[in-house]
Design a binder for this molecule. Sequence first.
Ligand code: HEC
Ligand code: HEC
Ligand code: HEC
Length: 296
Amino acid sequence: MRFAMLVCLSLVSVGCSSDSDTKTPVQDDGGTTSLTALPCEVAVIAETHCTQCHGDPLRSGAPQALLTLEHWAAPAPVEASQSNAQLSVARMGDADQPMPPAGLLSEEERAVIADWVAAGMPAGECSAATPADPALDAAPTCSSMVFWPAPEHHVTGKPDAEMFPGMPCTDCHLDPFAYGQNESGPAFDVGGTVYPSVHEPDNCNGIDGGLLTDVVVHIEDATGATWDLQPNAAGNFHLEMAGLVPPYSAKVISNNGVRAMSLKPMSGECNACHSESGSNGFEGVGPVAPGRIVVP
Ligand code: HEC
Ligand code: HEC
Ligand code: HEC
């Protein structure tokens, strides 16, 4: 309880029990009328670090919601011998497979959850909500309103590295005829495009990396080797053959935060999975990508 005051005072988006805060009674939470609230210090951590994926809707391949006491007490979907709460404590302390996937939280935050679970998970007065994520809720659009101007790969006055944003890079480079090109291009270890929102069409420019210079795509391969790739003026990034050993992990980092991919792909063709529709994933099995790679 020692942390409750500190955490609740610093974050007003979650309903906290102190009088000055906006309270979020569970009854207001649509379909969860009969469900039980969490202690406020637990709800704050869940809402800040978990429910953007483990919320309603579930996002980024997270298998279960963590909004209410019932959710935390339920058997974990993949490891049903443990509750979501027990497995959360384990995963929050597992540096190899951390939850949240972006990396371990502070010891204080982890202790709040671990102590609560060890105490038998008493109910509280705050509900965690799914934080609004305008980028992931956005309707299909080309935010930049700038398109690659021609079907040709080479356009006078445009750097080659800005070609065909949103399209699979190496797939066309190695199989140009399938894409109406008559020349092949180089294979990349990794190639893709970072966008401001989740459903943007092929050939639409992504973020302008010339202006948003804080944005990097951070890659770590199976050997621990890392690369930081800066998106260019079309939002495109690529890594020429650099000996990357798959599977690798990927995250996008900016001054606003981190969007991390928890699954580890073998293929470096980011845009093959991160298409406009958000219906492509691991070759038809398992979770699908939410859509484009979105800047935090
Ligand atoms: C960026 C999205 C994201 C965030 C944020 C996130 N998770 Fe997850 N979580 C996932 C995905 C995807 C999986 C399934 C793949 C895996 O197990 O790594 C998962 C799996 C889990 C599992 C294992 C479920 C099972 O049955 O194997 C637990 C427990 C869990 N998360 C707890 C948490 C907790 C607690 C937090 C916050 C402290 C959190 N997660 C934050 C995406 C996320
Ligand atoms: C529709 C097919 C197609 C797609 C999709 C495509 N390219 Fe290309 N790319 C080409 C062709 C053809 C070349 C020509 C090679 C040359 O002229 O040397 C090329 C060349 C390049 C070059 C110059 C390489 C060199 O060594 O000269 C870069 C850089 C490049 N592409 C980046 C990308 C990136 C990044 C993507 C993905 C976001 C991408 N391309 C997607 C067709 C494509
Ligand atoms: C084989 C398919 C596949 C490839 C290749 C792939 N992704 Fe993903 N990506 C996914 C899936 C599925 C998810 C949702 C589950 C998860 O987070 O792991 C995802 C999620 C993400 C997320 C988190 C989404 C969010 O906003 O919460 C980021 C960031 C991301 N990917 C970046 C990348 C980057 C960068 C690359 C290339 C270097 C890449 N991905 C390549 C399938 C793929």
